[in-house]
Design a protein around this ligand. Structure first.
Ligand code: URA
Length: 294
């Protein structure tokens, strides 16, 4: 059943959202329709068993390739009006600072009480053409407050260098900004709670290409539950969800998937495959590998 929203109700919702925005409130959480309807009618809400298994990702509100759900051929009222505070500034350094301040000393998910030392926001050129997105900070990153500074980071630096560019030219971030205990894979809820901040960073940086490093980054950004073998080897059209860029003409960027450097450290035979992915990205960006003396 398509969503229909009475035009008058739509206007009322838009006015209310604008009012909240003016008070500095930008994040809204939607109840599932059936739950909201039950609450509205005063009926008790009975939790439905989840049909989705933990590993599966539904084609989420944040789907990268699909457009946001339309309401009667119109844009989603929440996405139209829930402007973010950083959209008011044109300087990307200031805009990223606003997002960082909004994140604050984040307690939105359980990771904040599972031993994180600090939030690892992201690092690099705020106007980067190329952005790398990993999974989440490890011990070294948690210690230093910067993504990809440990062994996997050394390999990522080498991969970037092999593309003929420097770490300072790109922007590097993760799906979750706090270290999962014991370097476990972040839970789906943790990814969904944290990734809106990454989406806002992407909307500010407006890269030409994003490289998703590993399955967690790829599946979260693309809202797809395919295997790495299925995800690699092509570009996806990507637009950060739930947020608009301050440049209305920005049509989004391309997204490629490659192996996580930590995986390549465990299985160096896959480095050739990762290099193929990076060559596809280099071609898109007009980059040439530096000449070597060998
Ligand atoms: N692995 C990641 O996914 N991110 C980091 O920042 C470091 C290791």
């Amino acid at each position: 059943m398509p969503h229909t929203l009475d035009p008058e109700l739509r206007r009322a919702v838009a006015t209310r959202i604008r009012y909240y925005n003016e008070m500095g409130i930008y994040d809204f959480y939607r109840q599932p329709v059936s739950e909201a309807a039950s609450v509205a009618s005063g009926a008790a809400v009975v939790a439905e068993p989840q049909s989705e298994s933990r590993e599966e990702m539904s084609p989420r509100k944040a789907a990268a390739v699909a457009a946001p759900p339309a309401i009667h051929g119109d844009e989603n009222v929440f996405e139209v009006f829930a402007a973010k505070p950083e959209q008011r500034v044109s300087d990307p350094v200031k805009a990223l600072k606003i997002i960082r301040e909004d994140l604050g000393d984040c307690t939105r998910c359980m990771l904040h009480k599972q031993g994180r030392k600090q939030i690892v926001f992201g690092v690099g050129n705020p106007e980067a053409e190329l952005m790398f997105v990993g999974e989440g900070p490890g011990a070294d990153e948690d210690e230093q407050g910067e993504p990809f500074v440990g062994r996997a980071g050394q390999l990522l630096n080498n991969m970037i260098k092999a593309m003929g560019i420097t770490r300072e030219q790109v922007y590097i971030a993760n799906i979750v900004k706090c270290r999962p205990p014991g370097n476990r894979t972040p839970e789906r809820e943790e990814c969904e709670t944290c990734s809106p901040f990454l989406m806002r960073q992407i909307a500010v940086i407006k890269p030409k290409v994003i490289v998703a490093l590993g399955a967690t980054a790829a599946k979260t950004l693309l809202a797809m539950n395919s295997s790495m073998a299925q995800l690699r080897g092509r570009f996806y059209d990507f637009k950060p969800t739930g947020v608009r860029s301050n440049e209305p003409d920005w049509q989004g960027c391309k997204l490629a998937v490659t192996y996580h450097p930590a995986f390549l450290l465990r299985d160096p035979r896959q480095k050739g495959e990762a290099w193929k992915d990076l060559q596809m990205v280099m071609k898109e960006l007009g980059l040439k590998a530096p000449k070597t003396n060998t």
